[in-house]
Design a protein. Structure first.
Length: 314
């Protein structure tokens, strides 16, 4: 028998004629069941299994059945349904966003500043996952698209950095400071998926970069871009802090980063049912980590006794 690794010598089992043995081997194309082989060769099931089962163990026979799969966009659409439901239940109905959306004037100002700081920590460490996924994409076209996205995201932390000048916080201060544990947990979780399940990581980009509303207007008629900035406008937070944050949101909206996941999945030919099921399970873990990121900001920065920056001295 000729195999990719060379020529393999095989012998007919005891009691099986050479002609029947050769005929059975020719039928082992992966498309037939044991019952099919019995009917087509006239051999009994035990004799067929004596040939087939060792061949499967040694990798000489593949399962020729076409796996159940759906297009990349169809799978992403169903995953987005799960993610959107979880976002509404865990994130937007959670403590942070409920306060920001309904009662922003009751919040400590440090909560707004802390949101900006933790977003800077996230953006500064974004290369941990954005760069990791570049080597794991499944096609040259996907790698090129991801590289374009990575280049567009590069140095976005410098845009947000300007928001902290009125707070007296410098880049050196931030480099010596520590993000909240919930921020670090989200970063490390995404970094792990970027390395081990890159397509699922790609599916999360639309959540992380999306949810922008470029048609929303603040109280002064300016485009708010998202709910956080609308809340900043509502309470009259310092423009020197708000405008760099708005500039970053404007850049993301201009690049349409909320659609990155869909653009990439349009190039994915198919995703099998088991992978889709696994992604639905991971969606819960992702949104739980994302909700913890926001709620951790509210919990920590609501305490006026805590300094704005966490350092090694704390």
């Amino acid at each position: 028998m000729h195999t990719p690794g060379g020529v393999l010598e095989v012998e007919a089992p005891e009691g099986m004629g050479q002609r029947d043995f050769l005929r059975l081997l020719r039928l082992l194309d992966g498309s037939r069941t044991i019952g099919d082989l019995e009917r087509e060769t006239g051999l009994d099931g035990e004799a067929v299994r004596e040939v087939v089962e060792p061949a499967v163990v040694w990798g000489l026979v593949d399962d020729g059945a076409v796996p159940a799969a759906s297009s990349g966009l169809a799978v992403l659409s169903r995953l987005e349904d799960v993610l959107n439901r979880l976002l509404e239940d865990l994130v937007f109905a959670g403590p942070f966003w409920r306060e920001v959306l309904e009662r922003p004037e009751t919040l400590q100002r440090n909560v707004f500043f802390g949101f900006g700081l933790e977003n800077w920590f996230f953006l500064f460490r974004e290369n941990e996952f954005d760069s990791a996924v570049l080597a794991l994409a499944e096609s040259a076209e996907l790698r090129a698209m991801l590289n374009d996205f990575y280049q567009e995201e590069h140095r976005h932390d410098d845009i947000v950095l300007r928001a902290f000048q009125p707070l007296g916080v410098t880049r050196d201060d931030l480099l010596r400071a520590r993000p909240l544990p919930t921020t670090t947990a989200l970063i490390k979780t995404l970094s792990w998926w970027a390395r081990t399940d890159p397509l699922f990581f790609v599916a999360t980009i639309g959540v992380l970069e999306g949810r922008l509303d470029s048609d929303s207007d603040g109280p002064d008629g300016r485009i708010a871009y998202d709910s956080f900035l609308a809340a900043c406008d509502r309470i009259g937070l310092e423009p020197a802090f708000v405008e760099p944050m708005r500039a970053h949101a404007r850049v993301n909206a201009g690049h349409d980063h909320g659609s990155v996941s869909r653009e990439l999945f349009a190039r994915v030919p198919g995703v099998d049912a088991e992978t889709e099921r696994r992604w639905h399970d991971k969606a819960h873990l992702f949104v739980e980590a994302y909700a913890a990121f926001f709620n951790g900001i509210l919990e920590h920065y609501s305490d006026p006794r805590r300094p704005l920056l966490r350092t090694g001295d704390i």
